[in-house]
Each structure stands twice: as structure tokens, then as C-alpha cells.
Design a protein around this ligand. Structure first.
Ligand code: CTP
Length: 482
């Protein structure tokens, strides 16, 4: 869908050269930006100079400008300066290159600038993304994305957008929210000028997340997740019409339709996965999920997915456990798996696959339901026979990863919880009294029986019949001939 930027937006609304107040404001902002980006500032200045030399304009856009302005607003409101010292490490630059040679058009301004920087600073890593003519510079914790100003076209709703070089106004118009569509100019006679054609500053002051146009969520459903994430993170509200638009985008079934009609849209799926990751990794994840559920947006993943009190309880518990145990999986994966596991075997596999979750994650979700059934019956059978020994509990759970066990304990706290807990907090942490070296020292020859002896001793150890290395050695010598 082509974006039609209203004519009235094509003038310079944010220009600060008309009165002194605006000029002072630009200078102040520029100064603050410089302080917050002190370490990387020389690189930014070099990019700005290289752009200016070619007659291009360079802007910093998106999150860095939003956060810079927000802290200003925060300072004005609360009089606090705490946040102001945090560096802004993710930098999105947009180059507007109206004056082009054929070569420049072919390669892309962002790429040309990145290459120039790399020649000067070899320690900065540069990655070029040819398809979109963008480049990423990475140095320590800093990341600078340089893109050529562009317009996006959506061939159909939720499609992967096609892009076309454009000007800064249209570039801002393709963005998600007013608060993310403010540009700060780094080139020209008055750097620091703001280009705020959608009144993002007013929304920052009113603490609102607002889309730029009515098709925003239809074109890119992942923006619903972004809207909620930003609102929760910044302590903002979703502007009323924006909420309405999110609800109707979900209700229209657009996401489901785009999935079935156009099969899988890979970039959309990986963007959705990335958004879920960001959202579930932020400290406000719980509030975000509650909002998404209220908006009906969890249906973007699966129409049956809802946030029941039971699921919420599981998620909170998992959040605590992830901090307690050393799990190899990050929190967001485990929270997401818990949500998907709710859907039952078939649906959960379908969603995991369509979200392109990792092979490990898909494996866990494919097996979890059958595994739970099997473990429950194993535990039941064991308990019915006689009291369950510690070594039997160990044997039942030892082939499962911590991530699997936490998921199962969380989903079935009454039936599986206590034994899994015993395994994770006690049995799995016990280091064996003896090892192969001990057996060699005692005079045994290495061979298949080593495994058997060590397993036997470990079992006795778990059950408390062997407690010291000496007793273990005595036991081995008495039970196994040399
Ligand atoms: N953007 C967008 N639509 C998306 C993703 C990104 O319009 N679906 C634009 C926004 O202008 C955003 C910018 O691209 O500000 C950079 O994206 P991203 O790095 O994801 O967001 P930030 O605003 O930098 O957020 P964060 O603070 O989480 O890094």
C-alpha cells in the first residue's frame, strides 16, 4: 500500500532558525546528545561530515531521539537528572541523499558511509545489508544503523514491505508511532534541529503511544506488541484511537488471513518472534501480556491463546525460577513456551514452527505433553509399589534438561512439582563420591564395568547408604572383584 504523505507535512515544521528560542533549544538538545554519546561522538561527526561533503543530510531518528527528549521531559517534570547520564547506545541514522550519482544510487548512501568509517576506524565492525542498502556499525556496546531514507510499500497486509529510496518526511511517515518518528538533524548550519511532523513531542509530554495512520497495525501487526511494550516500559498509555485500531486489526483476522493466504511470511514471523523476545525480556512483561490479552492481540499467535489466571501464575513462578536456577535458556523462551504449551500438542507445535523458534524449543514443545504423561505415570507406579527412593527420583528425571523439568514442574506443581524440585535442588547437585580415577587407583582395569560400578555407588550415595569416599571405596572392593 503506497503511503501518501499529506502536503502540509512536506514543509519544514521543526526548523529552528526562525526564532531564537528554537535555536537555543536545538543547541541544548545537540549538546545533550553529544554528552550522552560522548564515546562514539567522533564517529558520528565523521559520518555527518562525510554526508555533508556529498550534499546529503543526516538525521538521527527513532529510539535515541525519543529517549533523549523523554529524559528532558522527565527532568522538566520531576526535576531529576538521574537518567540523563545513561548513554544512548542504539543509534539509528537516516541519510537523505537527494543528490546522487549512479554509483551512489546503486550501492546506497548508508553503505557508502559505513565503508568510509571502516576505512578510518578498522576496529569498528561493519555489516552491510545489501537488500535494503543499509549498514550496521558495531563497536563495544554501541550499534549504529545507517539507512537511506526510504518509503515502504506493503503488497498486501502484513506482507514484507518493499522499499524504495525516498526523503526524510516519507521515511518518518513509514514509522510506527509518533514518539518514534522524530528526527534530529546532524548536518547543516544548525545541527540539533528537530523534525517532528507528527507532534511526537506533544505525545511524549502527554505520555501517549499513538500510531501515525489508520493502517499501521494492518500493515504490520507486530506493532501492536511494540505499542504495548513501549507503553509499559515508558509508563505511557495507548492513545484511545490507537487502542481501537489495534482491536479492530486483530478482530479483522488479518493476521490469521495473511498466514493462511500467503502461507508463511518469514520476515513477519521473525519480527514477531523478535518482538515477543523484547517484550518478555523487559521487566514489565507481565503488564504487557495483560494489555495484549485485553486488546485480544494474543490471538495474533493463536486464536485460542488467552491469559488465564492459571497461566499468569505459572508465568510468574517461572520468572522466579529462572533467577534461582542456572537454566541454559533465557527467560523469554521459557515464558513463551509456557504460553504455547497451554494450547495442547498440535496447536503449540504449529505456532512454535510458524514463529521459527529454535530447534531445541520446538523439540521441547513437541514432546512436553507426552513427557508429562509418561513421568506422571512413572511416578505413580513407583509410589504405589513402595516409597519412592531418592535414587529412583534421580533416575526418572536425569535424562531431561533443566528447562524441560522447570516447564513440567510449573505446569503440574502438585503431581510433578515436589519430585522435580527434589531433583533440581538436591539430587542433581550431588557430586559423586568416586570417579574412574578412584577405580583405577584401587586397581580396577578400565572397561564397561566402570560405568556399572560408578552408577551403583552413585545410587547408594543418593539413598544415603554411602556418605564418604572411604566408605564408597570399601563398598566397591567388597562388591566387585579386581
Ligand atoms: N520501526 C517501525 N516499525 C517497526 C519497527 C521499527 O517503525 N515495526 C522504527 C521506529 O521508528 C523505531 C525504529 O524503527 O524507533 C528503530 O526500531 P527499534 O530499534 O526496534 O526501536 P527503538 O525505538 O530504537 O526501541 P528500543 O528502545 O527498544 O531499542
Amino acid at each position: 500500500m503506497a503511503l501518501d504523505v499529506p502536503r502540509k507535512h512536506l514543509g519544514n515544521k521543526g526548523g529552528g532558525d526562525r526564532d531564537g528560542e528554537k535555536r537555543d533549544y536545538s543547541e541544548k538538545l545537540y549538546q545533550q546528545l553529544k554528552e550522552r554519546m560522548a564515546e562514539i561522538w567522533p564517529v558520528l561527526m565523521m559520518i555527518a561530515e562525510a554526508s555533508a561533503r556529498r550534499g546529503w543530510s543526516l538525521y538521527i531518528v527513532g529510539g535515541a531521539v525519543r529517549d533523549l527528549l523523554l529524559n528532558r521531559v522527565g527532568n522538566d517534570r520531576a526535576g531529576s537528572k538521574v537518567e540523563n547520564s545513561l548513554p544512548l547506545t542504539d543509534i539509528d541514522l537516516v541519510v537523505e541523499n537527494q543528490v546522487n550519482t549512479a554509483d551512489e544510487t546503486a550501492v546506497g548512501a548508508g553503505v557508502i558511509l559505513a565503508e568510509a568509517i571502516q576505512a578510518e576506524y578498522p576496529e569498528i565492525e561493519a555489516q552491510v545489508h545489501g537488500q535494503f542498502q543499509t549498514a550496521t556499525l558495531t563497536w563495544q556496546s554501541w550499534q549504529i544503523d545507517i539507512a537511506t531514507a526510504r518509503t515502504e510499500f506493503y503488497a498486501y497486509p502484513a506482507a514484507n514491505p518493499a522499499v524504495e529510496p525516498s526523503d526524510i518526511y516519507r521515511d518518518l511517515y513509514r514509522r510506527d508511532f509518533t514518539i518514534n518518528a522524530i528526527a534530529l538533524k546532524l548536518t547543516g548550519s544548525q545541527p540539533g534541529q528537530l523534525l517532528d511532523i507528527f507532534n511526537g513531542q506533544a505525545d511524549l509530554q502527554q505520555r501517549l503511544v499513538r500510531v501515525l495512520h489508520t493502517d499501521s497495525f494492518i500493515e504490520d501487526p507486530t506493532r501492536i506488541f511494540r505499542a504495548v511494550r513501549f507503553a509499559v516500559r515508558l509508563g505511557f498509555d495507548l492513545e484511545a484511537q490507537t487502542q481501537q485500531l489495534a482491536r479492530s486489526a486483530v478482530k479483522s483476522g488479518i493476521y490469521e488471513k495473511s498466514r493462511s493466504k500467503y502461507k508463511k511470511v518469514p520476515a513477519l514471523q521473525s519480527r514477531l518472534q523478535a518482538e515477543l523476545k523484547y517484550l518478555l525480556e523487559e521487566s514489565g512483561w507481565e503488564q504487557s501480556l495483560v494489555w495484549l490479552d485485553e486488546l485480544g492481540a494474543l490471538a495474533c499467535l493463536d486464536e485460542n491463546l488467552a491469559l488465564s489466571p492459571g497461566l499468569l501464575q505459572q508465568l510468574r513462578r517461572m520468572d522466579r525460577w529462572v533467577h534461582k536456577f542456572e537454566v541454559s535458556q533465557p527467560r523469554w523462551i521459557l515464558l513463551l513456551e509456557l504460553m504455547l504449551a497451554q494450547l495442547g500438542p498440535e496447536r503449540c507445535n504449529r505456532v512454535a514452527n510458524s514463529l521459527n523458534l529454535s530447534a531445541q524449543s520446538q523439540y521441547r514443545l513437541r514432546n512436553i505433553h507426552a513427557c508429562e504423561t509418561q513421568l506422571k505415570s512413572q511416578l505413580k507406579a513407583q509410589v504405589h509399589g513402595s516409597a519412592l527412593s531418592r535414587s529412583k527420583v534421580y533416575k526418572i528425571f536425569q535424562s531431561h534438561s533443566h528447562a524441560e523439568l522447570l516447564l513440567m514442574a510449573d505446569r503440574h506443581p502438585r503431581i510433578l512439582g515436589a519430585s522435580i524440585w527434589l531433583y533440581l535442588t538436591d539430587l542433581a547437585l550431588i557430586s559423586p563420591l568416586i570417579n574412574g580415577g578412584t577405580l583405577k587407583r584401587l586397581g580396577y582395569s578400565p572397561g564397561p564395568q566402570f560405568k556399572k560400578i560408578l552408577a551403583d555407588v552413585h545410587q547408594q550415595q543418593l539413598d544415603g547408604t554411602l556418605t564418604t569416599e572411604e566408605s564408597a571405596e570399601q563398598y566397591v572392593l567388597s562388591q566387585y572383584s579386581l
